[in-house]
Design a protein around this ligand. Sequence first.
Ligand code: NAD
Length: 327
Amino acid sequence: MKVLLTGGAGFVGGHTCEVLLKRGDEVVLLDNVNDYYDQRLKEHTLDILRSVPTGKLTEYLIDLRDLDAVTKVFEEHKFDVICHLAAQAGVRHSIQHAISNVQTNILATVHLLELSRKHNVPNFVMASSSSVYGKSSTPPFSEDQLCNKPISPYAATKRSCELFAHTYHHLYNQNVTCLRFFTVYGPRGRPDMAAYKFIDRIYHDRAIDKYGDGSAIREFTYISDIVDGVIAAIDNPRPYEIVNLGGGATHTLNELISTIEKHCGKKALINQMPDQPGDVPLTSADQKRAQAILNFHPKVSLDDGIRQTVHWYLMYQKLNKGLTNGV
Ligand code: NAD
């Protein structure tokens, strides 16, 4: 199968690409390797992908906002599936950079949808986010709930992308699956996210910024479980679906911190901060649809996932001293 994978130098994209190559697929990776966080982590991911002996990897280090450049990629390849994981992620970043968030997330997605329908690509899988549920959805969040009250530009762009995807399905019968990821963590995880930041700061005896009283609830999802869901969506084209992918359990921020303390063998120093605008108090995934149509069954507990993440972090520290989160 020939896959166009956007965001392949990033966290979820890198892991997805690795699995596709290992099973022998041909992957055309598209990423602009931006500097939202330390680019050495993306280079590290690209090095890993280049060393996979199976499959075939072709790289285009270009920007999805550049329609001419992306058009050329579609002219040079015939894709079986688009797996669109590139985005400007980060709720807090989106509040500071709303316009560029719209360009990177919405415009880039419409470029890809437009080229997919022009080139009759049979399947389109894209990353959405649990942030679309906002503050007023009822837990556990099911995909049928009305997500019309986003509380950050990031959430608004992700919901917009789902709506554009539906439009292309309606007008052109484009098969699309939108996957709503719930707080993903794991090796090579994003340095701007809590799991990585907390491990990094606790390990270096630096205070962590704790927003609110720690009672905020998240459905943390280990990277290998997310990749299982993405691959299942790649392999099972559906006319139009929105599907939650969550880790299968919820935990408070305080539980995340104590799990990291346990695996780092150190106590956290806490820098208490107020609740952040744009942050939702709770995420919790109803997984019935993911189970029914993707046979999705998350396997990795928070304890085991953090153990593996800390293990990776310690090895990565030796490789790259002084990694900064760049945010
Ligand atoms: P990431 O930032 O690690 O990866 C995104 C990649 O996209 C990066 O490598 C970046 O360089 C690339 N990119 C950004 N703008 C681009 C552009 N204009 N042109 C080409 N490439 C561009 O993020 P991630 O955590 O791997 O997220 C993957 C997807 O999952 C994103 O769509 C994100 O919104 C979504 N998501 C992630 C999480 C999570 O917890 N990690 C949760 C919900 C949704």
